[in-house]
Design a protein around this ligand. Structure first.
Ligand code: UD1
Ligand code: CA
Length: 450
């Protein structure tokens, strides 16, 4: 049986932030959320987050993890002190405890499994993840005998010049036989530069403690400052983009593209430069997104083109062309084979199939049928200063250029609205609506110049 404890009580002083470090966002998810996602794969019997600095904020942010338990560490006296807080909660627990630093967000589930398997197969008292780093500065150094049996862990700031030469570092990910750990936790002493109770000191009292090197050291990066947060983002981006390219997605100039790891792409999607795909976005096969586009929490069908546009919380069906310079927001649904073009904003609007709004329009709170043609400059006046109102436009209806549709308003099917109209009354099917002053031509009229 495995229980997991996540150390999330520290402030993260080096972040220079009011926000607890573990709540800082990395590619759309907080550091601690990322850890919880990796942990889910090993299906632990219990999951406990140790919270302290602005603990209520951390608890709130993790509400969706319903099986997560919280344990308070009211004063942050060190990582060992944090784990000491578990003693009353895990009394009599007979399994292994996996401990994860809340600031090591890039761990892959495979690595956690490897650590657990090694721990259990070798019958270790403790097993910890280590890495050999070219630049080990800032990490605790792990001293082993030839058989990867750990003798001591010394924090960077407590190392002698000679000890600093050791490049094997503690990743902050440990597996303990809980009954052994529970025995030795009370023996920790704050005999170090920070005068803290270090979890790493327990290795002196346990036997055997084994070190397991991680295959790819990029995944154990600990986030202590903003620079490391940026480095972690780069690592995550490389991982995500390499995956999608291997899965048949073309990325043109990958360095200029960002893709959250919550996004799903189908084969033969082409992502052009300066494009950013975020949140729960899905892009269908054969679609071409970008250059210069931002798609957030949206579903894009197959063979769609999106050019220099921003799409949020919306759905676009197959074969539709969006852009250049289109803004879809707030639950827009665009049907198949539509064209939504140059300088068009759609807000909370639904468009049927083969409907076009190609130039300079605002359609807000509107429902359009199939094969509607919205003339250049058509605007739905959806707001009367107090309330928003809907505009409904039937199949095959055409609005002339520069028409204003004053909501609430219903245009039937096969309606034509004359250019320049301000339409304030509903129009039945098969009708022409002209709502503008008639043109006056005064023959033989000339400007008097004297
Ligand atoms: C720690 C390890 C170090 C390791 C490194 C890996 C110790 C003593 N040192 O150092 O060997 O190389 O991680 O990234 O463990 N926390 C609490 N309560 C506390 C103190 C910290 O919950 O009282 C939490 C923090 O919120 C953080 C984690 O523990 O998520 C690690 O703390 P941090 O201060 O970042 O430790 P490091 O100095 O990085
Ligand atoms: Ca750290």
């Amino acid at each position: 049986m495995v229980a997991v404890a996540i150390l999330a009580a520290g402030r993260g002083t080096r972040m220079k932030s009011d926000l607890p470090k573990v709540l800082h966002s990395l590619g759309g998810r907080s550091l601690v959320e990322r850890i919880l996602h990796s942990v889910a794969a090993i299906a632990p019997a219990r999951q406990i987050a140790i919270v302290g600095y602005r603990g209520d904020l951390v608890k709130n942010a993790l509400q969706s993890f319903t099986s997560l338990e919280f344990v308070e560490q009211t004063q942050q006296l060190g990582t060992g002190h944090a784990i000491q807080q578990l003693l009353p909660h895990l009394e009599g627990f007979g399994g292994d405890l996996l401990v994860l630093n809340g600031d090591v967000p890039l761990l892959r589930p495979e690595t956690l499994k490897l650590l657990l398997d090694t721990h259990q197969q070798c019958g270790n008292s403790a097993t910890l993840l280590t890495a050999q780093l070219p630049h080990p500065k800032g990490y605790g150094r792990v001293f082993c005998d030839g058989q990867n049996i750990v003798k001591e862990i010394v924090e960077d700031r407590d190392c002698t010049a000679a000890q600093k030469q050791n490049r094997r570092i503690n990743a902050g990910v440990y597996c303990f036989r809980w009954s052994d750990l529970a025995q030795v936790l009370p023996q920790l002493q704050p005999n170090n530069d920070q005068e803290e109770y270090y979890l790493t000191d327990v290795v002196k009292f346990l036997n055997p403690v084994m070190a397991v090197d991680v295959e790819d050291e990029r995944e154990i990066l600990g986030i202590n400052d903003r620079k490391q947060l940026a480095t972690a983002y780069q690592i995550l981006q490389t991982r995500v983009k390499d995956n999608w390219m291997a899965a048949g997605v073309t990325l043109i100039d990958p360095d200029s593209i960002t893709i959250d790891d919550t996004v799903k792409l189908h084969p033969d999607v082409i992502v052009e430069p300066q494009t950013h795909l975020r949140g729960a976005t899905v892009i269908g096969a054969g679609s071409r997104i970008g250059p210069g586009s931002l798609i957030e929490n949206s579903q894009i069908g197959e063979n769609v083109k999106v050019l220099y546009s921003v799409v949020t919380d919306s759905v676009v069906q197959e074969g539709t062309k969006i852009g250049p310079y289109t803004h879809l927001r707030d639950r827009v649904q665009v049907g198949a084979k539509c064209r939504v073009g140059n300088f068009v904003e759609l807000k909370n609007a639904t468009l049927g199939d083969r409907t076009n709004a190609a130039h300079l329009s605002y359609l807000g709170d509107a429902t359009l049928g199939n094969q509607v043609n919205i003339g250049a400059g058509t605007i739905t006046a959806n707001y009367d200063g107090v309330k928003k109102h809907r505009t409904k436009i039937g199949d095959r209806t055409k609005t002339g250029s520069n028409s204003v549709l004053v909501a609430p308003l219903t245009l039937g099917e096969d309606v034509t609205v004359a250019a320049g109209s301000v339409v304030t009354e509903d129009v039945p099917d098969d009708s022409l609506a002209i709502a503008r002053a008639r043109q006056v031509v005064k023959k033989g009229w000339r400007l008097k110049t004297t």
